[in-house]
Each structure stands twice: as C-alpha cells, then as structure tokens.
Design a protein around this ligand. Structure first.
Ligand code: ANZ
Length: 927
C-alpha cells in the first residue's frame, strides 16, 4: 500500500473522536500538565495557515508530554462575543448568535482537519449563558469587594462596612476614588442608604464613575486604551475622541505593584515583560505643593526629580486643570481661552508625541515656591497631560528638555542647579555632580539631595514621597449588544446587583442592533426588560476582555453549574504550565487576566498568584503575495496583455496582485488565471522560457492581497501531517516568517520515505525482527535525544530537519528493523500523529495507544564512537586510513600499525625512527 494521507488521516481523526482519546482525567496519579492556546475569536473568514502555527506547536508539546507520562489538559474554545458579529448583524439583521454559531462550526471543521489533540469535551464559548453566567458572577464579586492596602489584597465589602460602622473612615487604607468622605462610625450609621451606597461605590473594585473615555462614534462605543492606536480604533480604523461619560470601571490600579512583582515569577519573553512593565509604568517620585495664597489652595505636582526643586522657575498646568479658570486673570483671559480651545482639538497621543512645538499661555497668576517662598509664574501648556500624575508639573528648565524649550521660547528664567550641568544647548538632567544655588543642598550628591528635599518638604508639610503609576483603571462598559449583560439594575440612580440565583442575566432580544433614538445602547431597545418589572437594568455590556480574563479556569471544570470551577479542579490543575499565543495580547488580555486571577485568589477561590507560568508568542506568518504585470498601452490605458516578471522592465506595466492559489512555485497557471475573473478571460501573455513567472512580495496575509492560504487546501493536497511538519519547518516558532509553499513537497516526500521504511518495494508492510546494527541504533538514538532536547527548548523547526536526516540515514542503511521503527514512530508522533498511529497499528500495537506510549529512553552508549579511522602518514605524507578501536593505548597501537601489511609496504623495509600517535586524531610514522 502506498502512503495515502487522505484515507489514513480521516480514519484516525474519527478514531480519536469516537474514543475520546484526548479526554483528560479530572484528577490522576500522573503529574498534571496544562497547555493552553489563546482561544480564537471565530471570524467569518475562517482560519488561514497563519492561525494554526501556535496551535500546532502547543499540540506537539501536549502530545510529547503525554508520552512523557503526564496527564495533559489541552483544551480549546471560542472567545465568541465581539464586534465583528455585531457589525455583521447591523448590516444584515442576522442575529449575532447565528453568525457566531456558523463561524464556530467552520472553525471546528478546520481545526479537526489538522488533527489536534484537544479535549473537546471541555470546549467553552464565552457567549453561552452557561459560561457568561460566571463572567457575571465574577463581576458581582468585584462589585462586592474593596482593596485593602494593609492586607494588600481584595476583601469583601462587608469588612469595610463593618469597619465604617465601628470606627468610621479613620485608618482605612484603601484603594479608592480621591474624593472619599471623612466620617465617624456614628456618622456612618446616620447616613441614609443612598449616601452609604454612594460612598461605598468609591471603594468597590467594580465601580461607576464619570470618566473621560475613548469614544468611537463610528462604532458607537467606548474603547479601552489598548484598543486605540494613534487616535484610531484598532478595529476598523475609525477616529476616536475624548468624551466624559458615566462608566463602569475596574480598579486594576490596585494591583499595579503586585502585577509588577508577579513578573518575577513567570517565564515570559523579555520584550513582553518589558511591555507590561512600561504599561504599568511605575514612577518613584514625590508630590510637592506650591501654595497659591490668593486662592487659599495649593497646586500639587508630581515629580520624579524632587532634587531639582531649586531649579524650578515656573509651574505648568494641563489646560484642563480645574484651577485654570480661577487662576486666570482678566488680562490673560483671552489668551488662555484661545489656548484651551486650541488644545481641545488635539488627542492625548498627539500631545505626548509632539516634543518639538512649544505652545502655552500665562494665567497671569503666581504661586509660591514651597521652600524659597519666591513667586513662580503659573502657565498652562498641552505638554502637561490632565490624566497623568496630578495634571501639573514644576518646571525645571535646567533639568527637563520640554521645560527648557518652553523657558527659551517664553523667555523664562533658567536656574543652573548642578556643577556638572550643561544648559547652554539643551537641558541635561544628569544625576552626576554636586548641587549649587540650592541652599541646604549645596555640595550634596543626587541621593543625598533627594533625601534632604523630601525631609524638608515633609517637615513643612508641603510634600511627600509618592509612587505613581501610568496604568489607569480599566473602563469596563461597552455600548454594544453582543456582550455579557452587566448584572446590575438601578434604583434611585444607584446601581444594585441582581441576586446570585438570578444569574445568568440573559441577553435580551432587540429589534435592531443599534443605539436607540435617544442615544441609549442597543439593550435600551429590549421590550419589557426591567428588573422586578420596574427597575432599569444597566444597558451597557461587558468588554471583549471579560470572557477571556478567566477562561482557563473554566476548562478545568467546564460543566460545573455551582461554581466557575470546583475547588478540587483548581487545586489539581493549578496554573497554566505553557501558554502560547500572539504578542498582540501583550498588554490587554495578559494584564486583565492577571488582574482577575489575583482578585479571585484574594477571595480564596484558588492559590495561584500568576495564571500563566510559561508563555511563548508565536511569530506571525506573513503572506507571500504574487503579482502579474499588466501591459499599459497608449496614454497609459490598461491592455489585456500580461508580461512575465523577468521581462517587465522592457515594458510599461502595472503590478496587480494575483491569487496565490493559482500560482505554483511562482509560475502562473494561465488557464486558471483566465478563468478566475471575467475581465481576465481574454488575457494574453508575454512569456519567458515558455512560462509566466510572477513577482513576489512578503505582506500581511489578507484577503485584499489575494495571498491567503487556507489550511484545508494544503491538507487536501498533502495531508495534515505534512502541514504540521511544514509549519514547524518554516522557522523558529517565535519568529515572523513568510508562508512559502515552495518547500512543502520536500516535507511530503519525507513522510513518504518514513512510510517506505516500513514497506517493501511492492508496498507490502514488511518489518524485520532481526537485531539492529550499531549504526541503526545510533541513528535512532540521535533522534531520540535531539527531538527531546529541541522540544524542551521549544525549538520545533530544528527537530524537523533532524527527523529528515534520521530517516535518510535509516533509508541508506535499508533499515526495516522493528526495534528501531517502533521507537522512531513514537518520537515522530507529536509532529505527525496520523501516519504514526497508522504505522503503530501496522506494527500490531493496540490501536490508538500511540498517544499514550512511552517516549523512548535515550541510551548514550549508542552514540559513543568506539572506533576511529586514523589517517596514517609516513614522513608527513598521508598514505592511508586505518580503523582502530578508540580504547587502544600507544603501545598496542604501535604493535597493530607496524604489523599491518599496507603499512609495511609503505615503510618499504626502512627502520622505524619514531611513531607519533594522537588518540582519536592521527598516526605519523617517521622512518
Ligand atoms: C520636575 C522635573 C525635573 C521632572 C527634571 C523631570 C526632570 P514619569 O517618569 O513619566 O513619571 N510630569 C509629571 N506629571 C506630568 C503630566 N501630567 N504631564 C506631563 N509631564 C508630567 O515622569 C514624571 C515627570 O514628568 C515629572 O518629573 C514631571 O517633570 C513630568 F529634571 O518634575 B518632572
């Protein structure tokens, strides 16, 4: 029988499904290993060959771990709430649930074709009520909790209430809004229900507040910072503006420090860790107050260089700062108003990235320097952001580049503060040198300076050390339909949770998936949708990240109706051991998941500080586009003639993308081209060497570039095993690389060669029970070791080439020995599971069991060389090779060499003067 991938692969896929081969046990005497893929959003376009790259790698690893004796959890599911289905619904009226279901089915079919070892009995879909019930439940826990800085964890809100009742707000060290009230226990008890609830909202981890949001009018929703790229929505590229709205938010900032510390506990790629650090953006500095006596208030600034305080020559407020209107004097009013108007048109990002243009306006007022008491002018400028720190800075032109440019431009004083500073050309905030012009700091170095200033500011109560984070609380509400309803209703304008036993709060039906006429989110259209028939439900839904921020727990115990996962399940599976997914989730998903994980740990639902121990970002597979060159005739008009790549420079042509699926090895299939579009039917060609050669370019894989390759087509032609091996063969997993089918034949031939090792020339299965030779054992044990070492390093591409070398060696040795081949298929199985199962069963092994076979033990002895072919020279001239055992000593070697007939002939009867012998290298005879 020939290698027939089609029948063989279908057969084993059916077998695995029928036997639930990859169902993992809930608990087991075997050690556990949890391999997770970032689950896909099932889009309408289906999978292209880039998508499965990470899944193939994780599948190889999962299969390998099973061979190594682990109880492996390797699940798959769908992140199935989201914008595309909703937008499609808006266009077509089709319910997003229907589109989603159809897309999921298509994904499933494509995934099944690749022969993944997923435990499908654990599948999750975030848009299913049985799943989002628990997303809602987690939201309720967040609403019902506050963050206690003293215990450094989240606690139930009841503990806060009972402290309020006993001792009021005194000594509460919580993460909260800024405007919390001060009250005694008695006062708390005297507050009415509404006032109590309003106050508690300032502490809840899930809370409502008016915030400036990224509003995308085209999408009709608020977006998170990581969903906005350069002022445009990540999806669709629509403009995004700043707008104030009442919004559900999550106090993720409470976890900022633990999120930083947790990065020490995980094995993640360094660039990713760095991105998380930057996103969290911890800055160690100080808060300093600049008194404004005329208003009986202070301007508070955040600075990371409190040591430069004697260099302050003015302060700058963000144009949105609340004190601006009060500080602006009558004669400066016009200038200030005009400036504010001008900045309101700029996005925060533009403001941050423009470091060249200097602009601003003087308010006309002065503040007092906290230490010298001198007057410092108060300016507004858009380089100061309202949302960072306190929205105000102390400007040190001799220390900060922007302050320097500002001072130069508006002719403000520049005070040198250190003897090592260069301030002629540009500010240089170096920390070398000693302070000058600075009262009690003169002569101190940097560290001493910081300590001295902070001590001074604390003494006069005008400042203190402060840690600031760049990370903001996360906006949680979306004005969308296709998401989880928030389990909240409103009474007297205040939010209340529905009862736990009322979960899930089902997504109601609406007539259209658009905002209402009055601008309410789509849920405002639901008829008769009121809590207890009278109270308004929250009309926004949860963001895309809600469902994906805890899904790895659900796989542990997917059918549980009593809990998001049972205690036994989370205790057994613990954290994800290996997580593979794209680097586009470096900040969003991985921050939110870590946050919810820590929160659920704080409430005692599990014990893992970090959810994903090891993480790998697979590189993107880019498309490899093909081009044809259309001849332009008179006046640049397009003709029906197409010029081959090598000749195009002799003509006037324009390049056009051509569907890569009608091109083989960059040669265009002319008939298919003509048939592909009506306007190509009359195409004529100018060929080179009788062929039409296409141009190529590496670009993003996308429909519009006609370079999308569907894995189904590859599988149809070559089989899933070839696809799997080939995707790995393309290059290191983490690297971006273009999809290039040119080498796929080689991989396919390799599998045919594997097949032939087990079959004779007539195609009959034929293995021998004869004891293998040393060379055969050596070839086998080389691959046992190499494949294991590679896989442990996640270096899958190098294994594929090693397999090829091994099979070539065995082919050359004409090896069909059972003892060799049996082990070879086990090693190959993670990569090419279908052919391996088939050969395993031909070997007479129990069907299907190769997934649970044992990875062969490497025996080093087989690799040890016991003989060496010594080059033998006579008087420096190399004459011959002599095969000798490597353990012979010099004396024994001399004996053997001198008694060798050939050596005697070369010595030509002359007497031996000297024999030079270097073990494992050379023999030199001097006569
Ligand atoms: C005085 C100073 C002197 C500063 C000096 C820097 C150098 P990071 O590391 O980003 O936290 N700053 C504070 N709040 C700001 C805001 N809302 N918009 C724009 N800039 C702001 O940097 C903190 C530094 O950025 C602060 O320290 C402040 O300028 C500025 F030689 O204060 B510095």
């Amino acid at each position: 029988m020939e290698y027939n991938h089609k029948s063989l692969e279908k057969k084993w896929q059916k077998f695995w499904a029928d036997h639930e081969t990859f169902k993992s046990a809930d608990t087991h005497e075997k050690p556990k290993y949890y391999v997770l893929d970032m689950f896909p959003y099932p889009s309408g376009a289906g999978l292209h060959v880039g998508h499965p790259l990470g899944y193939i790698a994780s599948d190889i690893f999962s299969r390998y771990k099973r061979l190594k004796g682990f109880n492996v959890l390797h699940p798959m599911g769908y992140d199935s709430f989201g914008l595309p289905a909703e937008q499609y619904a808006i266009q077509t009226g089709q319910h997003p649930a229907i589109t989603t279901e159809a897309n999921i089915n298509r994904y499933r079919e494509q995934l099944d074709n690749i022969g993944f070892s997923f435990d499908w009995s654990r599948e999750v879909r975030t848009s299913e009520p049985s799943y989002y019930k628990w997303s809602q439940w987690i939201f309720m826990q967040l609403f019902n909790s506050w963050y206690n800085n003293d215990s450094d964890k989240a606690e139930l809100i009841d503990t806060l209430i009972s402290r309020f009742e006993k001792t009021g707000s005194e000594r509460i060290n919580a993460v909260s809004d800024d405007d919390v009230l001060t009250f005694t226990g008695a006062e708390w008890l005297a507050f009415d229900e509404e006032k109590q609830q309003r106050e508690l909202l300032k502490y809840r981890i899930a809370y409502l507040r008016e915030s400036t949001v990224n509003w995308c009018a085209a999408l009709g929703t608020v977006l998170a910072n990581d969903e906005v790229i350069n002022g445009f929505s990540e999806r669709g590229g629509h403009p995004v503006e700043q707008k104030k709205m009442m919004q559900w938010s999550m106090r993720i900032t409470a976890y900022a420090d633990r999120m930083l510390q947790g990065l020490e506990l995980v094995d993640w790629p360094e660039p990713l860790v760095e991105m998380q650090r930057n996103w969290i953006g911890k800055s160690v500095g100080a808060l300093v107050k600049f008194p404004v006596p005329q208003l009986e208030t202070n301007i508070e600034v955040f600075t990371t260089r409190v040591d430069t305080i004697f260099g302050v020559s003015f302060v700058v407020l963000a144009p949105e700062h609340e004190l601006v209107s009060k500080l602006t004097t009558a004669d400066q009013q016009a200038a200030v108003t005009a400036y504010i108007d001008k900045t309101s048109k700029k996005s925060e990002l533009d403001r941050m990235s423009d470091t060249k243009t200097v602009s601003g306006a003087f308010t006309g007022s002065y503040a007092k320097h906290p230490i010298t008491g001198e007057d410092v002018a108060i300016w507004i400028a858009d380089y100061v952001l309202a949302s960072y720190g306190t929205g105000a800075v102390m400007a040190v032109p001799s220390g900060d580049q922007r302050d320097y440019l500002f001072a130069k431009h508006f002719d403000l004083p520049i005070i040198q503060i250190s003897d090592s500073q260069q301030i002629e050309e540009e500010a240089d905030p170096n920390k070398e040198g000693k302070y000058i012009n600075s009262d009690f700091m003169n002569g101190l170095n940097y560290q001493e300076g910081v300590t001295a200033v902070i001590a001074k500011l604390e003494a006069i109560q005008l400042g203190k050390a402060k840690i600031n984070y760049r990370m903001r609380d996360a906006i949680f509400g979306r004005q969308r339909y296709w998401g989880e309803p928030v389990p909240v209703y409103f009474k007297n304008g205040l939010p209340y949770l529905i009862k736990e036993e009322e979960l899930p709060l089902l997504l109601p039906e609406v007539d259209k998936y658009l905002p209402t006429e009055t601008g309410e989110p789509p849920l405002g259209r639901a008829e008769n949708w009121k809590y207890e028939d009278q109270y308004e439900y929250e009309l926004s839904t949860m963001p895309g990240w809600a469902g994906s921020s805890w899904y790895w727990f659900r796989y542990m115990d997917p059918q549980n109706a009593e809990a998001f996962a049972s205690k036994e399940a989370v205790d057994y599976w613990k954290a994800v051991d290996l997580y593979i997914g794209g680097s586009e989730h470096a900040t969003g998903h991985l921050l939110y998941s870590r946050f919810w994980n820590k929160f659920l740990k704080d409430l005692g639902f599990h014990n893992e500080e970090e959810p994903f121990k090891k993480l790998i970002n697979q590189g993107m597979i880019q498309g490899r586009s093909n081009f044809v060159y259309r001849l332009l005739g008179d006046e640049g008009k397009a003709t029906d003639t197409y010029v081959s790549y090598g000749l195009k420079d002799q003509y006037n042509t324009i390049p056009l993308h051509v569907d890569v699926n009608i091109v083989v090895n960059d040669v265009l299939n002319l008939e298919k081209f003509k048939a592909s579009r009506p306007d190509y039917a009359a195409a004529e060609f100018i060929l080179e060497d009788g062929k039409y050669v296409c141009g190529t370019e590496v670009e993003k894989m996308s429909k519009s570039k006609f370079n999308v390759v569907n894995p189904d087509d590859i599988i149809e032609a070559y089989g899933a095993d070839t696809l799997r091996l080939y995707e790995m063969f393309l290059g290191p997993l983490e690297q971006a690389k273009p999809w290039n089918t040119n080498g796929i034949e080689g991989v396919y031939k390799f599998l045919k060669k594997v097949w032939r090792l087990f079959h004779d020339a007539e195609g009959n299965f034929n293995v021998s029970d004869v004891e293998p030779t040393k060379a055969e054992y050596k070839a086998l044990h080389k691959i046992i070791k190499k494949a294991e070492d590679d896989i442990e390093r996640f270096s899958f591409n190098t294994s594929v080439s090693a397999f090829m070398i091994c099979v070539n060696e065995l082919t050359d040795l004409k090896c069909n020995k059972r003892a060799i081949l049996e082990q070879l298929v086990v090693v190959l199985q993670p990569y090419a599971p279908h052919i391996s199962e088939e050969l395993w069963s031909l070997l007479g092994k129990e069907a299907g069991s190769i997934s649970y076979a044992t990875y062969p033990t490497f025996i080093a002895d087989y690799l040890v060389e016991s003989e060496f072919a010594y080059p033998v020279s006579i008087n420096g001239k190399m004459k011959m090779n002599l095969l000798l055992a490597l353990d012979l000593d010099a004396k024994a070697v001399e004996e053997v060499v001198l008694s060798n007939e050939d050596v005697q002939r070369y010595m030509d009867g002359k007497a031996l003067k000297k024999l030079i012998f270097v073990k494992g290298k050379i023999i030199n005879i001097v006569v």
